[in-house]
Ligand binder design. Structure first.
Ligand code: PRX
Length: 634
């Protein structure tokens, strides 16, 4: 086993050699995995030509690394403790041998239903074990999985399924989510009408609800799995064969299907998990994310499984049946490593200390956060109330595009600093640039965060649109990958992420493109023009605010517009993109070339009325006064 980094000195020397002797460093790391054939070259390609490859020429199946090799060494070790939404329902655990069996069965089901190497398979499921088995089964048969979070609407699902031309769609009848029941199959039925590529829908019976099944298209997955053989020979894949597509929002256009490939992603998910979390043989790790997001891909489905770790998989929500649920689950399974999002921490903090105080939590050793900047208050609460000041906190900065953690402390190895992601992981060369793209040397510094060289886990393209991939990430600052985030670097080189510097809003750790929301609002017949911005929100990190110019200037005629817009947004995107506030304006501040000045709209939304800068060059400076008045009056 390639040694995990266990001291500051080792971190420094690993970091140094990962950049200066990159080939030998990564080849040593890669040697610890199971390959069918070794690579011809460790790394090739660059950001200019956008032809990055890692371990090219190698052959492997990632699931042999997630499952088979652990089954040889410790078949009876628990891989998954599955905790249902309702604590009084039956919890189930699976050993590594049992997960392999389930994944083999699922693999046979996929193949028997026409899935071939390279086909896309879409999942629209809740956090039940079959989602995890299905994802790994895709990898085992060489199909490309694309998981769509179960909170997205029919229209959003349809857009993703059509974009990746999925052959198979896999769902469950309904999902339990706290007190709610989400009618997944019904949403699938609505979505699938326009999705010509889909040949079959496999439906897992989770709640036992009566759901309409379309003859010849819909099949009960439970029946198929029950009849399937539990042996399956994993398909040999090339290092650069696609492993999955995952959609995420950007500043412009429709969501992009980021495509990750097999070997580089495997090495990245595994190494980053090992070094950041430092989970030992008998530890129990729990990541509370949904597999529908990248965190659930890299740090539920792949990272922990690649490392042979025991983990908890949770179907429910933090506040059901009450706000002590997370902590009860930690106690129940003696969780040692807990990974969640700042928004969950803030929401639970707001419910009062009694819920966390009644839990024991003595099993906890390491805490992690991901998805958005963590504020000091939430960091302190997490540290004191949950970690009892004895658990290092890893603030892990990364993105759907990066495949795995990029900047983070290593638990108990390199220092944690409140609200700082701290230091780059081996292989990551961050740079800060100013708006002209010039590198900012020296410390301290503040600027736009870029990555200066390829790393194994990076997405290779946007599915079906390599040019858009180049445009989105590599054209703002040529020769560099632009993250869309701003960051500060302190005197010692520690990074603190300050948030998005583009038109992406981070709501409860989820990315929402302002353009996507504006597109929905613009469809409302009474809307002349709309601009959507983020504003600071106590629980969600950022909330969504829309400035709207209605056709009708009489306020009473616009009653109900807020609710109506939110209905439209829920239908087109999903409830996560709902507006928190709207301002009905007569005019929006614009530049002389007619572009809406979002910078000013953001400041006004944040209540920073005295930090607007020079507005005299605007086409219509008076518009600013008028929106300030409206916002103040709210
Ligand atoms: O703005 C950053 C924020 O989340 C964005 C990436 O979102 P997504 O692709 O959905 O992936 C989220 C899970 C990795 C980033 O551009 N972000 C993520 N982690 C952090 C963060 N912001 C501050 N601190 C973090 N630890």
């Amino acid at each position: 086993m390639h040694n995990r980094i266990e001291s500051v000195e080792q971190y420094k020397s690993s970091y140094h050699s990962s950049l200066n002797e990159s080939e030998s460093y990564w080849s040593k790391v890669a040697d610890t995995f199971t390959w069918k054939k070794e690579w011809n070259s460790v790394t090739s390609g660059n950001f200019e030509e956008l032809n990055v490859k890692w371990f090219d020429g190698a052959k492997l199946n990632i699931t042999e690394n997630c499952l088979d090799r652990h089954v040889q060494n410790h078949p009876d070790k628990i891989a998954i403790y599955w905790e249902p939404n309702d604590p009084s329902d039956l919890a189930i655990s699976f050993t590594y041998a049992e997960v392999l069996e389930q994944v083999n069965k699922f693999s046979n089901v996929l193949v028997e239903n026409g899935v071939n190497k390279g086909d896309r398979v879409c999942f629209y499921m809740s956090m039940i074990p079959e989602l995890l088995f299905g994802v790994l089964a895709c990898a085992r048969v060489g199909a490309v999985h694309s998981v769509v979070f179960g909170g997205f609407s029919a229209k959003a699902l349809a857009g993703r399924v059509s974009d990746c031309k999925a052959k198979l769609l896999i769902t469950n009848d309904q999902a339990y989510r706290g007190t709610k029941i989400i009618p997944l199959k019904k949403i699938v039925d609505e979505a699938i009408q326009g999705c010509e590529s889909v040949e079959k829908v496999l439906v897992f019976n989770r709640t036992g609800a009566e759901v309409p099944m379309t003859e010849g298209r819909d099949i009960w997955l439970n029946d198929l799995l029950a009849q399937a053989s539990d042996t399956f020979r994993p398909v040999e894949m090339n290092a650069e064969d696609p492993l999955f597509i995952l959609y995420t929002s950007g500043s412009t256009g429709t969501p992009k299907g980021l495509q990750h490939t097999t070997a580089g992603y495997m090495v990245w998910a595994s190494e980053t998990f090992k070094n950041v979390f430092q989970a030992g043989k008998n530890d129990v790790y729990w990541c509370s994310a949904d597999i529908g997001w990248i965190t659930g891909h890299s740090y539920i489905a792949y990272g922990p499984m690649l490392n042979g770790v025991t983990q908890v998989m949770f179907e429910g929500v933090p506040t059901f049946p009450d706000p002590s649920r997370f902590w009860q689950v930690c106690d129940k399974y003696k969780v040692s490593h807990f990974y969640t999002a700042p928004t969950a921490i803030r929401a639970l903090e707001a419910c009062g200390p009694e819920h966390v105080e009644k839990a024991d939590l003595s099993s906890l050793k390491v805490l992690g956060t991901v998805g958005e900047p963590i504020n000091e208050d939430a960091w302190n609460w997490y540290n004191e109330k949950v970690g009892k000041k004895k658990c290092p906190i890893v603030d892990t900065w990364w993105q759907t595009e990066t495949g795995g953690i990029m900047i983070s402390s290593l638990a108990g190895v390199t220092p944690s600093i409140p609200c700082h992601a701290t230091l780059p992981l081996p292989g990551v060369e961050p740079v800060l640039v100013n708006d002209k793209g010039e590198k900012i040397e020296g410390n301290p510094a503040q600027g736009n965060l870029c990555i200066n060289r390829p790393w194994p886990g990076m997405a290779r393209t946007i599915y079906g649109d390599h040019e858009r991939y180049r445009q989105t990430y590599f054209s703002t600052y040529p020769g560099k990958y632009f993250t869309g985030d701003g960051a500060r670097r302190d005197d010692d080189g520690n990074y603190r992420i300050t948030g998005r510097v583009d038109d992406v809003i981070n709501v409860s750790g989820h990315r929402i493109g302002t353009a996507e929301v504006e597109d929905v609002i613009d469809e409302h017949p009474e809307v002349v023009e709309a601009a959507v911005v983020g504003f600071p929100h106590d629980i969600k990190g950022q909330g969504i605010m829309a400035y709207i110019i209605p056709k009708n200037t009489n306020d009473s005629d616009n009653e109900g517009i807020f609710e109506l817009l939110n209905e439209m947004i829920t239908k087109d995107i999903g409830p996560i993109a709902k507006l928190d506030r709207i301002v009905l304006a007569n005019d929006l501040p614009k530049t002389r070339s007619g572009k809406i000045m979002r910078r000013i709209l953001r400041k006004v939304a944040a209540g920073e009325f005295d930090q607007l800068g020079d507005i005299s060059t605007l086409l219509n400076p008076e518009a600013v006064e008028s929106i300030i008045e409206k916002v103040k009056a709210q």
